[in-house]
Each structure stands twice: as C-alpha cells, then as structure tokens.
Design a protein around this ligand. Structure first.
Ligand code: BG6
Length: 465
C-alpha cells in the first residue's frame, strides 16, 4: 500500500555502514595473525587477493575520522578470529587483541556505536586443516572460547554483537562432500551461535546479540500454485532455517522433512535442541541485496540442472524437487547482475517483523559497481546515491507499516575487496586509491555519496535529495 504520509525515522536511529575484517584490513600476516580460510581460498583470475585489501589495519584512524565526519551513529565491523587466536584454539595473540582495542577506542571516541561481527567468513585455516572446520563439533567449543575472549576484552565498550555473518550463504553456496555433511556443518554453526548468545547474556547482561544472515523475500516466478509453493519452500531453505532456529530454537518442519527424505538430515545429539532453545537473540541483523524469484523444479529436471559458478550472486540456484531460481524481468539489476529491489526490502522487513517481533537492523545493502576517480579527486557515484535513496525510502515505508527498525548499515563504509570480484566492484562512500594489482598510494577520497549520506544522517533520513 501507499501511505499519504510516512512516519519519521525514530530518534536514535543507527545510521552507519559496514565492513568485514578480511575484506578491508589487509596486514594478513602482520603482528602474529594466523591465516584464515579466506586468505587461502582460490582467487578468480584477474582479481586481487585479500592480503592488503584497503590497508585499514594501518589507516584505521584516518578511516574512522572520515566515518565520524559523515556523522555515523554506528559502525559495523568484524573481528578476525585468526588475529585474536592465530591457530584458532591455542595462544591468544596480544597484538591482535591490542589492534581491536585501539580500533574500538577510536570508534567510541567519536560517539559512534560499534556493532561487532564475531565471525565473517574467516575461520582460522588451522582449524580447517586440523579437523575440517565446522564439520567437527570441536569447532563449536573453539568458537565459544574465541567469542568469550572478545566479550572479556571488548564488552565494556561494545554493546551490540553479531554471531556469524551470512551462515546461510556459507551453507547454501559452498561445496560440501554431501548434502548431509552440509547440514551437519550448519547444525554445528547453529549450536555455536546459540552458545555465543547464552555466554553473551551471562557475561554482558547489558549487551545485545543477534544472528546476521542474508535474508531476502522470495517471489513465485509465475502465478502457478506450484511456483508459489516453491517460493515458500525456498524461504524455509534460505531464510527460516536460520532464523526460526535462532529465535524459536526449532527447525522449520517442512524443510526438515525434505532433508529427512533426501538423506540430508543432520545428526542431532541429546541436549542439542535444548541449547538451540536456550540461546535467544535480542534483535535480528540481516543483509539484503534484492528479492529472489523461484519456480518449481522436479527431482529429475533438478538433477540435470547444474549450478554454475557465480549463479548464486544473482539467485539462480537449483534445489531438486523443491525450487529453482528464475530470472525476473521485472527486477532492475546492477552491472554485476545483483538486484535493485527496494520493495523487496520492505517486504523482507515486514515478513521478519511479523514472524519474529524482534527489532531489526539492516547490516548490509549496497551497490557494488566500478567508480571513476576524476583528476580533481572527485567521484561522481550518482548510481549509488540513487540505489541507497530508494532503499532508505523503503525503510521509512516499513517503519510506517509498524516495523521496529533500529538502523541502516549499508555495505560498505569504505571501498574494500569484494568476496569474488576484486576491488573494481566498489561499494564504499570512501574511495580507496588502488587497482586490482597496482596498490598505488591507498589514499582516501570522498565520493559524492559521502556528502549525500552526511546530509541524510544529519537530517535523520528526511533529506534524501
Ligand atoms: C555479503 C557479504 O554477502 O555481500 C559481504 O557479507 C560481501 O562480505 C557482500 O562483500 C557483497 O558481495 P560481493 O560478493 O559483491 O562482495
């Protein structure tokens, strides 16, 4: 529906933006840091690795000052587990602890609220080598030990924590030896998350903690009842599997039956469901990049349809007997094929609020495209402003719908290395002067979107022109 008048953004709304450690920090082996699985992953040809990234490790003071100049109320970043515990389960690295102490001090100095992701795609490589990472229940214990180190060291200044970034994307899109192995890893991550929520509430009673999956509404590809059901089923696979378990401590029933009938059900030990039920989030953080579109696909046709690399980026995955991603001619897309779908954001906000009745925080949303640095140091990224504007309007519509939205933290605060598409695909308000392979001078430049977002924040979302 369209309203005649929109409610204003609430006082104290958390305007900010996000980054993750391995995509922005660089210094991948400095001061005792261990390797992560992201440091060792195969890099697509023609794109850079994460070794230097935006060199935020050495530029953090300058970077945080720029965020403060934009008027940030909130900054979401992640702590690299292998910087704190280089081999994942051994000695604590004092230099790593010190780096985040300094970073957090710098953030709070400007009255910016830190929102900390405890784990963003960078499992210590040593744990992957030692016992296969999340395939082993031991990973739950090591994750819990690591998050307790973070709570102990930073809990006096950090009051918002995120357990695991995009667990659903790690489960759905990464290769696993079998579907059963995939959902076993998922089960271990869910237990680790629940344990982190329990520990956080015990150790830091004034802090709040949330899961941070990538959540997006699912449209049926046609008006056929089969496609409607496929969209519903994919919603269970992609969204509810992660949030029903986090909030209600229960797996979604229909999808679990599907796993059972396809020999993919995880092994659940005595006491596991009690742990899932006991770990309660205080809010829901989620990343949003555009709604998915689903059609029904039979087991037979689904087996024939192979997922191709990169298809997940544009939501074209196949789940035999359940659903297959379909192109949506009615949805606008960026030059990289990612959706530009603000109404999908409003729908997603509504669905989450109506299902879970917990405050919501948008922890990613953004426009990754190449930018051009002009000779005078300006960057005219009107496409990014247009993208953000319509999504912020959708947030205001959702607030008018009654959704309790705490904040908007798009991707990304500063240019960084994209997960699969290098630094040419830029997301930031701040341009970092480097190319894929030429590190140049790493100087920071303010994009047009920097000045625009500063006005948006100063007006608490009223001035979007
Ligand atoms: C999210 C991740 O999936 O999307 C980020 O949490 C990532 O780490 C972002 O950078 C954008 O995707 P990409 O592949 O363009 O970097």
């Amino acid at each position: 529906m369209k309203y005649h008048t929109l409610k204003p953004f609430p006082e104290g709304f958390l305007w900010g933006a996000s980054t993750s450690a391995y995509q922005v920090e660089g210094a991948y082996l400095e001061d005792g840091k261990g390797l992560s699985v992201s440091d060792t992953a195969a890099i697509p040809e023609g794109t850079t690795n994460f070794n230097v990234a935006s060199d935020h490790y050495h530029h953090y003071k300058e970077d945080i000052a720029l965020l403060a100049e934009m008027g940030f109320k909130e900054y979401r970043f992640s702590i690299a587990w292998p910087r704190i515990i280089p081999d994942g389960d051994g000695e604590i690295n004092p230099k790593g602890v010190e780096f985040y102490n300094n970073l957090i001090n710098e953030i709070v100095k400007y009255n910016i609220t830190p929102v900390v992701t405890l784990y963003h795609f960078d499992l210590p490589q040593a744990l992957q080598d030692k016992y296969g990472g999340w395939a082993s229940r031991q990973c739950i214990e090591d994750y819990v030990r690591y998050v307790k180190v973070c709570f102990e060291n930073y809990g006096d200044r950090v009051h918002y924590w995120l357990t695991i970034n995009e667990q659903n994307m790690m489960v759905i899109y990464h290769p696993y030896p079998s579907e059963k192995a995939k959902y076993q890893c998922n089960h271990h991550m869910l237990l680790a998350q629940a344990r982190a929520m329990i520990e956080c509430h015990k150790m830091l009673p004034d802090s709040k903690i949330a899961p941070a999956p990538n959540i997006t509404c699912q449209y049926p590809a046609s008006s056929s009842p089969e496609d409607y059901l496929a969209a519903m089923d994919y919603d269970q696979l992609r969204n509810r599997m992660y949030l029903d378990t986090a909030v209600f401590g229960k797996y979604p029933e229909a999808f679990m039956e599907y796993l059972r009938q396809n020999d993919a059900e995880p092994e659940i030990q005595d006491g596991d469901m009690e742990i899932l039920a006991a770990g309660k989030p205080d809010f829901i953080a989620f990343n949003y990049y555009g709604g998915g579109t689903m059609k029904y696909i039979s087991y037979e046709d689904g087996k024939e349809a192979k997922n191709k690399p990169g298809e997940f980026m544009v939501g074209l995955m196949t789940e035999p007997g359940l659903a297959q991603g379909a192109p949506n001619p009615l949805q606008k897309r960026t030059s990289y094929g990612m959706g530009i779908d603000p109404t999908g954001l409003r729908i997603t906000l509504r669905q989450l609020w109506e299902r879970y009745h917990l405050p919501l925080l948008i922890t990613e949303n953004g426009c990754g495209v190449p930018d051009k640095l002009e000779e005078d140091g300006s960057i005219h990224d009107d496409y990014r402003i247009d993208y953000l504007r319509v999504h912020i309007q959708a947030c205001q519509e959702a607030i008018t719908d009654g959704v309790n939205l705490m904040g908007y933290s798009p991707w990304s605060a500063i240019d960084l290395v994209s997960t699969h598409q290098g630094v040419t695909k830029r997301y930031g308000f701040i341009y970092v002067n480097r190319d894929e392979f030429d590190l140049k001078d790493m100087a920071r430049y303010k994009k047009d979107s920097f000045y625009w977002y500063k006005k948006v924040i100063a007006s608490n979302g009223q001035d979007l022109d």
